[in-house]
Design a protein around this ligand. Structure first.
Ligand code: PEP
Length: 256
């Protein structure tokens, strides 16, 4: 059975307790679109608070450490996220790769740590503008998929139950207002799909591949209709219900 479209809001380092009102509004709105799986990833301080305010949407973190506990000042582990009721974690976002020097190997270790406690995992991949202009976009993203995705039995089990998603986020499209051309999105999603099938067999054909990069209420329909696009990872347009819910509605319309 095909999984529902997955629309995930990444609040990044934005938000405060007053913004929980937006989360409540998103939660209420999401109840009108049951054919879509909706989730928010707020910053760590809001995670438990937001979790307690919502019922229809998933709640996840923007990162976790690869270790379960220990001397890692400032970090948060996957078991800690699980303990407070988080549903999933995003790993390998390009801002983490850039700001914290996260390699594919680190991203894979984080993903495996999250799967070990049955969290859902969204693994981000995407090329820079220089890599795209040089004609290397697909090779770069395929290599990221091969080296960042978890492997082993835990990974196969997560894929089988829909706990693993991939977000294709061209770095140059994040927060810039520039959206990838639909044809390029379709081609890249097909390339990622081929890697997933090579890694996980038939089950890899069902993994949701989200698009991320300046998605908003105006461009969401055309992106959600694109073959192979299983949802969206949304930054700026996830900060208010007014901006986010039209994206959810676009994903629901594509299901009709
Ligand atoms: C993101 O942060 O993953 C993202 C896609 O941001 P934006 O929607 O603002 O481009």
């Amino acid at each position: 059975m095909a999984l529902r479209p997955y629309i995930v809001g990444n609040w990044k380092m934005n938000g405060n307790r007053a913004m929980l009102a937006e989360a409540r509004a998103i939660d209420r709105g999401a109840q009108r679109y049951r054919s879509v799986q909706v989730a928010l990833a707020p910053p760590f301080p809001l995670l438990a608070l937001l979790h307690d305010e919502v019922s229809a949407i998933g709640v996840g973190a923007q990162d976790c450490h690869a270790a379960a506990k220990g001397a890692h000042t400032g970090d948060v582990s996957a078991p800690m996220l699980d303990d407070i009721g988080a549903d999933f974690v995003i790993v390998g976002h390009s801002e983490r790769r850039r700001d914290h020097g996260e390699t594919d190997a680190i991203v894979r270790a984080k993903a495996e740590a999250a799967l070990a406690v049955d969290l859902g995992v969204i693994i981000c991949v995407g090329e820079t503008l220089e890599q795209r202009d040089a004609g290397h976009a697909e090779a770069v993203v395929e290599a990221q998929v091969d080296a960042s995705l978890p492997c082993g039995e835990g990974a196969a089990a997560a894929v089988a139950i829909g706990n693993l998603s991939v977000a294709y986020e061209p770095v140059w499209a994040i927060g810039t207002g520039r959206v990838a051309a639909v044809e390029d999105v379709i081609n890249m999603h097909a390339a990622i799909r081929a890697r997933l099938v090579a890694m996980f067999g038939d089950a890899g054909g069902k993994v949701r591949i989200l698009y991320g990069g300046s998605v908003n209420g105006e461009n969401a329909s055309v992106l959600m209709e694109a073959p192979g696009v299983g949802g969206a990872l949304v930054g700026g347009a996830s900060l208010t219900a007014d901006a986010f819910l039209p994206i959810v509605a676009a994903a629901a319309a594509d299901e009709d």
